[in-house]
Design a protein around this ligand. Structure first.
Ligand SMILES: NC(=O)C1=CN([C@@H]2O[C@H](COP(=O)(O)OP(=O)(O)OC[C@H]3O[C@@H](n4cnc5c(N)ncnc54)[C@H](OP(=O)(O)O)[C@@H]3O)[C@@H](O)[C@H]2O)C=CC1
Ligand SMILES: CC(=O)C(=O)O
Ligand SMILES: [Mg+2]
Length: 642
């Protein structure tokens, strides 16, 4: 038996040099109900839940000239299972996945529900008469209405809950809203509000989103993966909740992060929602407040460590490869650094893994620095960098800067590192500390006398660039910023810590304390600032610029491993999208409103690099990679139902 997805009715579609690969879905043998498989032309009946049940045999389907039957569902590449690509937008489809939803069931199916936008013809054809009031409205009017509703909520968390509710009831409207109003809604579904949502997840929790894999599932992870309704997964974002933004250990409630990141994969990068899988690994939490919170949703025990932790993670990583193949992107997100670096090193050789906090952050910051050269002149090798925070983000960025300098100037990497200094919770990282520091800090232990305070480190090192990656707010004090401004005509100051409460300083403070001379960007958004009659627009130095396009590039090329050169390619693709009008406002990142175009360019460059390195498997290489990226992006416009 074969279940036929809606898109299988569509002809192969595409743009020159990029054919969209459509596929039949093969149901898993284990749990697929035997009695219904679909093809409306072959006759139908209704099951008691309102689903239309249609029988067919696989052999009759395999003969259809328009249909591609892959041998395996884990072949990677771009597979338009539900007719979600922009290329399929104008074609009528049947609203089904495993069975045709109709009537009451259709209204409660978030993938196909259109609410009042169902036409009268569709209401007749799909048993919706009477289940909706008589008015028919357009999706655009629905967007207008939802924005009006959202703007009534003054409390950001209420807006977040409203958006989550929409995602669970009408997925296309959710994404249309997010894409059309990206600058307004990014702070709602992402930082800073997602941070508060994770902190209060137990209290606001209505419906589970994503897949929860706890120690209780040990030995059964493959089965758990098979409980997820979608089979053609292309991206997994996984966390264990130990370092959620700069808010620390939020245990199982970290689920808000993979869910939010994957919403951005779709809205910003065009990866279709059905291909995205959010996962939270629950090994307990050391957060006493949560352990004592009656509404906490996770395991009520302290974190498992050592072998117990590694075994669970290994079972997960193995099960993912077994179930989805090796072309599924596994994005590690918000792990604590004592696990993050090891997981990346361990699975980098066997899986398509990407650590967003280490690699994605590095790529976005490098892009901002390349753009900032426009204001400060010279090349990166002429600059001196000082970081507050020497963890995933700090050392990840430092290493990519050094790599870029080394490649551009042909000097050895060790030499390039010498202009980069980091401060951790114990002070400046210097050679006398080398024996006692974690392995990822060792390359940065340069010869210098120990210094405890940041301001003294600024005075001693005289950086041209100051980057905050400590997760601790208000650490770029007035004295720190004024010292930077004394040392530099245009000090580059990046306050990367999230959410807003943990930002090292505000945009207003950076501009005021530097007398309007700072080139400033922050991890969470700040509004434009007026200073002495001039308007400054702070950029958002956030990995959200990179990972959606980066992931799309990996998927569209069927890449099997991430390589540092792809991160450099992504940085360059982002930096080159700043226009004169942006520089005039002091910006070092382009506005998010053009993010889909930006992501397509990043995806194309990443894919091109993958082909160049021989890591891409989707052959032959499409001629127009950027066009290919754009045309394979998910479009949230409603489809017409036959
Ligand atoms: N804008 C963006 O895109 C991104 C932002 N971030 C943000 O960066 C922050 C850090 O993340 P990450 O690097 O993963 O975290 P880590 O825990 O890996 O690193 C934090 C680092 O900060 C140091 N630190 C902590 N407190 C202080 C202090 N008071 N003074 C000086 N140093 C201190 C720690 O020191 P020690 O080692 O001694 O404990 C550690 O080196 C978070 O807020 C996160 O949200 C992260 C990724 C992307
Ligand atoms: C942005 C991000 O990934 C973080 O703050 O962890
Ligand atoms: Mg993160």
């Amino acid at each position: 038996m074969i279940s036929l997805s809606a898109s299988s009715f569509l002809n192969k579609t595409g743009v020159p040099g990029c054919s969209t690969h459509l596929s039949l879905r093969q149901p898993r043998a284990r749990s697929s109900p035997a009695f219904f498989r679909v093809l409306s032309t072959l006759g139908s009946s209704r099951d008691p839940n309102g689903s239309v049940l249609i029988e067919t045999s696989s052999s009759s389907l395999e003969t259809s000239a328009d249909i591609v039957v892959p041998k395996s569902t884990v072949s990677g590449g771009v597979q338009d299972v539900y007719g979600e690509d922009a290329a399929t937008e104008d074609m009528p489809i049947t609203p089904w996945s495993l069975s045709v939803a109709s009537g009451y069931t259709l209204l409660r199916d978030p993938h196909h529900n259109k609410g009042l936008a169902f036409s009268h013809r569709e209401r007749d054809a799909h048993y919706l008469r009477g289940l909706l009031p008589p008015t028919v409205i357009s999706q655009d009017l629905q967007v207008k209405k939802m924005m009006h509703t959202l703007r009534q909520y003054q409390v950001p968390l209420q807006r977040y809950m409203c958006m989550m509710d929409l995602q669970e009831t009408n997925e296309r409207l959710f994404y249309k809203l997010l894409i059309d109003h990206v600058e307004e809604l990014l702070p709602v579904v992402y930082t800073p509000t997602v941070g508060e949502a994770c902190q209060k997840y137990g209290s606001i929790f209505l419906r589970p989103q994503g897949l929860f894999i706890s120690l209780k599932e040990k030995g059964k992870i493959l089965e758990v993966l098979r409980n997820w309704p979608e089979k053609n997964i292309q991206v997994i974002v996984v966390t264990d909740g130990e370092r959620i933004l700069g808010l620390g250990d939020l245990g199982c409630q970290g689920m808000g992060i993979p869910v939010g990141k994957l919403s951005l994969y779709t809205a910003l990068g065009g990866v279709r929602p059905s291909a995205c899988l959010p996962v939270t690994i629950d090994v307990g939490t050391n957060n006493e407040k949560l352990l004592n919170d009656e509404f906490y949703i996770g395991l009520r025990q302290r974190r498992a460590t050592g072998e117990e932790y590694s075994e669970l993670m290994h079972e997960f990583m193995t099960a993912v490869k077994q179930n989805y193949g090796e072309k599924v992107v596994i994005q590690f997100e918000d792990f604590a650094n004592h696990n993050a670096f090891d997981l990346l090193a361990k699975y980098g050789a066997t899986h398509l893994v990407f650590n967003d906090d280490i690699q994605g952050t590095a790529s976005v910051v490098l892009a901002g620095l390349i753009a900032a050269l426009r204001f400060v002149g010279g090349s990166l090798s002429n600059h001196r960098f000082l970081f507050l925070g020497a963890g995933e983000a700090g050392t990840g960025i430092a290493e990519l800067i050094a790599l870029e300098i080394s490649k551009k100037t042909q000097i050895p990497l060790e030499e390039a590192r010498k202009n980069i200094w980091l401060v951790d919770s114990k002070g400046l990282i210097v050679s006398s500390r080398k024996e006692s520091i974690q392995h990822f800090k060792k390359p940065w232990a340069h010869d210098h006398e120990p210094i405890k305070d940041l301001v003294d480190a600024v005075k001693a090192i005289k950086p041209t660039v100051l980057i905050g990656t400590s997760g601790v707010g208000q650490t770029f004090t007035q004295e720190v910023v004024e010292t930077m401004a004394k040392l530099n005509e245009k000090p580059i100051i990046l306050a990367l810590s999230n959410p807003t409460s943990q930002s090292e300083c505000t945009a207003e403070e950076a501009y005021r304390w530097s007398e309007g001379r700072a080139i400033f960007a922050s991890g969470s958004p700040f509004a434009a600032v007026e200073y002495e009659g001039k308007t400054f627009v702070p950029g958002q130095a956030n990995n959200a610029y990179i990972f959606p396009g980066f992931g799309l590039g990996l998927i569209m090329s069927g890449t099997i491993r991430v390589h540092d050169d792809m991160l450099l390619a992504a940085s360059e693709a982002l930096a080159e999208q700043l226009m004169e009008e942006h520089y005039e406002k002091g910006m070092i990142f382009p506005p998010f409103r053009n993010i889909r175009k930006i992501s397509a360019r990043i995806a194309a460059r990443v894919a091109a690099k993958a082909y160049e390195l021989g890591l891409a498997t989707r052959l032959p290489q499409p001629k127009e990679l950027e066009q290919c990226a754009e045309s394979s992006m998910y479009s949230p416009s409603y489809r017409s139902y036959r």
